[in-house]
Design a protein around this ligand. Structure first.
Ligand SMILES: Nc1ncnc2c1ncn2[C@@H]1O[C@H](COP(=O)(O)OP(=O)(O)OP(=O)(O)O)[C@@H](O)[C@H]1O
Length: 517
């Protein structure tokens, strides 16, 4: 076992923790004289979910082996099993369902909520709270959850309801107020103009809405806003809420839209050297409400507007749009590098105007391969091809996006695949960030995942609390420790752990202290 020292040490009580391993590990505190073990994950309650599941599985077996007795007692109206066992039983069954994106079972993913069991009546109800209402496998989850729980010998009736997490960014504290009810912000970007970026942004947004998500589009192209041409809402003007000093987005088919093109008279005033500031203001003062996805149609290029926008807006991911010409590769590479510097993952490349079919043949007027070159060279996992289609151009001009006008068509199918990719990748990104540091109540330890690795550390909560280096715990001038060892109860547990930025977490403690580590 490898012992690792983490973080600044508390006077007299530097702490050592072990790397957790599949075989378990030891969490301990090294006082000046001795190492006192707090718990050993091999032998105590400190078992992982996997161990817990084994226990449930064996419980399951013993339940199954006495089906007849229990069925008889259920019929007689007597409780078949204890409430605790019944809940473990249901959770064990549900943990057979694996989320294909996270590769983890839905219990460990934290999807199971509001469990209600009447074991004497054999009735089970619970809610599956998914990361997004647009989850492409939600029907499978619902069906499977019903199936696996109904199979339990004592269960007579299962009631599963489906819901999605409330819309909220992962780093809520760092986000401008106006964007704090948006879960994912996806930039659609290209380095050159006219490659079809707005076409992709608009059709992607309406695809996500069609999948059940709450969606908004922000057209950040001040000099050539395309959104007003591509959609045809009845009311085409952004309204102001003078009391709240906010902007009310335009609505088209339930998707919220903000574009300079809808600014009416204000457009002339808003154009000018303060473009970046105006973009940020428009974006952050819009009343977006709760959104699962805000799609940003970025202006073409990689200039100052992009940098300021990316600094203000916590982008979840970027989709790059390009055309097949060899020259496009150089442009796209610039865009990928910009997002990489800003730590925004590029999740997909859309190669637009790839080909058209005529005379029974497929033609590639701009050549082939620049999209796949981007995917290979930069390790972007997904590539989508869009053909040249007169209908795509016509629907853009008519104000009805192609995916709305022809939802069963070939182009809509490609957008459906792109939509699924965006939903899955955003969910993965959120999960990775939000599970980097978690509290494991079963072993009373804070788990810290090492990025890009399966390794993780276990930290003792009281030790983490005692090692706070903020002004509340340490005198800033003298360096003297204000927080005394005994001020922190040995069994203190964090109430909430939230990620802050890429490297920090904030921890809420029961004494009201919020620690940033
Ligand atoms: N696959 C396609 N087939 C046919 N027409 C297309 C296709 N993609 C885009 N177009 C058309 O090409 C024109 C430019 O597309 P779009 O406005 O989406 O590009 P853009 O990259 O956003 O341009 P800009 O940077 O100027 O905003 C539009 O008229 C659009 O309808």
């Amino acid at each position: 076992m490898q012992l690792l020292q983490v973080g600044p040490t508390f006077p007299k009580t530097p702490f050592l923790i072990s790397k957790s391993s599949p075989n378990g590990g030891v969490v301990g505190i090294l006082s000046s004289k001795k190492l006192s073990l707090l718990y050993d994950t091999n032998h105590s309650l400190a078992s992982s979910h996997r161990h817990e599941r084994c226990k449930w599985a064996s419980l399951n077996q013993s339940i199954s082996s006495s089906i007849s007795t229990k069925a008889a007692s259920v019929d007689a109206g007597a409780p078949a099993i204890s409430p605790v066992t019944a809940e473990k039983d249901v959770l064990a069954a549900l943990s057979e369902i694996i989320d294909p994106d996270f590769g983890t079972d839905i219990v460990s993913c934290g999807f199971v909520k509001d469990m209600n069991i009447d074991e004497s009546m054999g009735e089970v109800s619970f809610r599956l709270e998914l990361t997004t209402p647009a989850c492409p496998v939600k029907d499978m989850f619902e069906e499977k959850a019903n199936e696996v729980v109904a199979k339990l010998p004592w269960v007579k009736n299962v009631n599963v309801t489906m819901s999605a997490q409330p819309a909220k960014p992962v780093f809520a504290e760092q986000v401008p107020m106006g964007l704090r009810t948006i879960s994912n912000i996806v930039a659609v970007s290209s380095c050159k103009g006219g490659v079809g970026k707005s076409t992709v942004a608009v059709n992607l947004a309406f695809t996500l809405a069609g999948m059940g998500a709450r969606v908004g589009i922000f057209d950040a192209d001040v000099y050539g806003p395309s959104l007003p041409t591509m959609v045809s809402p009845e009311n085409r003007l952004l309204e102001m809420n003078p009391e709240k000093r906010t902007i009310i987005p335009v609505d088209y088919l339930g998707v919220k839209l903000v574009s300079f093109g809808f600014a009416g008279e204000g457009r002339a005033i808003m154009r000018g050297p303060m473009v970046s500031g105006v973009i940020n203001q428009l974006l952050t003062t819009a009343e977006w409400g709760e959104l699962d996805y805000l799609v940003i149609d970025m202006p073409p290029g990689t200039g100052d507007i992009h940098l300021t926008l990316c600094q203000v807006v916590p982008l979840s991911a970027a989709v790059i749009v390009t055309t097949p010409q060899k020259l496009s590769f150089i442009d796209v590479a610039k865009g990928v590098r910009m997002f990489s510097k800003l730590k925004v993952p590029c999740i997909a490349v859309v190669e637009n105007m790839c080909h058209f079919d005529a005379d029974g043949k497929r033609h590639y007027p701009f050549g082939r391969g620049s999209g796949s070159q981007v995917v290979e060279q930069f390790g972007i996992p997904h590539l989508f091809d869009l053909p040249i289609r007169p209908t795509l151009s016509a629907s853009g001009d008519s104000g009805i996006p192609e995916v709305v006008a022809d939802p069963q068509g070939e182009v809509s199918k490609t957008f459906q695949e792109l939509g699924v990719c965006v939903v899955q990748q955003c969910a993965k990104i959120r999960q990775q960030v939000s599970t980097a540091v978690t509290y494991d109540k079963s072993i009373k330890a804070i788990r810290v995942k090492v990025p890009d690795s399966d390794d993780e550390f276990l930290l003792h909560p009281a030790t983490v609390r005692r090692n706070d280096r903020s002004a509340q715990s340490v005198d800033e001038w003298t360096g003297e420790q204000k927080l005394k060892y005994n001020d922190v109860p040995e069994d203190i547990e964090p109430e909430d752990i939230r990620p802050m930025g890429n490297y920090a977490v904030s921890i809420d403690w029961p004494d009201g202290f919020c620690q940033v580590s």
